[in-house]
Design a protein around this ligand. Structure first.
Ligand SMILES: N[C@@H](CCC(=O)N[C@@H](CS)C(=O)NCC(=O)O)C(=O)O
Length: 202
């Protein structure tokens, strides 16, 4: 059975859990924070040389990086498809996810560190405000992109999977999706209502 290295509050792990649920793929979750020896095991080191989660072992395949794993899963388990058929449309999603990982997802990760992991006395309020403003800017772009669409690229896809688990953390980071971003608000509600999203958060 496919093995998923993860931990419960990891947004990147949740991306893979959503795809596994969408495709109804059975898997064995391995919480790398529950047992420190897991991170040192040869299997995990091979799957994730940089020690990060998510990582998978699927037969002879060892992989890390959420979006790479999700593309692999979409190719190996094609139903339901989570990427478009044509090369230009697939490339558009790859570009989008690459950009979103470097901006929005990174900024949310930095906010998690600053707001939740650092002792109160060491937290920098100006840094938090700057990052929150950058996240809001990203949400504004997403809101515009969603004009006339239910999902980011029409049908539910790996693009939606790459962003939404991270947005779920916003309320505990002192922000959220402003209600004026009506398209983004409706889209997030739609994704949250999917059984795969609910299951991935359990
Ligand atoms: N670009 C990677 C990021 C992976 C990442 O930063 N994972 C975090 C958890 S969300 C991690 O493993 N941090 C180290 C740790 O908490 O042990 C991906 O998309 O999978």
């Amino acid at each position: 059975m496919l093995k998923l290295y993860c931990f419960p509050r990891s947004g990147n792990s949740r991306e893979v859990k959503i795809v596994l649920a969408e495709k109804n793929i059975p898997f064995e979750p391995v919480n790398v924070h529950a047992d420190e020896s897991v991170k040192k095991s040869p299997e995990f080191v091979k799957a994730s040389p940089n020690g990060k989660v998510p990582a998978i072992i699927d037969g002879g395949v060892y992989m890390n990086e959420a979006f790479l794993i999700n593309q692999y899963l979409d190719e190996k388990y094609p139903a339901p498809p989570l990427m478009p058929k044509t090369d230009p449309a697939r490339e558009e999603i790859r570009r989008f996810v690459n950009a979103i990982d470097k901006k929005m997802v990174l900024n949310i990760g930095l906010l998690v560190i600053e707001c939740l992991l650092k002792p109160k006395g060491e937290q920098r309020e100006d840094f938090k405000e700057k990052k929150r403003a950058e996240v809001l800017e990203g949400l504004r772009e997403i809101d515009q992109m969603l004009s006339g669409r239910q999902y980011l690229f029409g049908d539910f896809s790996l693009a939606d999977v790459a962003v939404t688990p991270h947005l779920a953390a916003l309320p505990v980071l002192g922000t959220g999706i402003p209600s004026e971003f009506k398209n983004a608000t409706a889209w997030f509600e739609l994704v949250k209502a999917r059984p795969s999203f609910k299951k991935s958060g359990e």
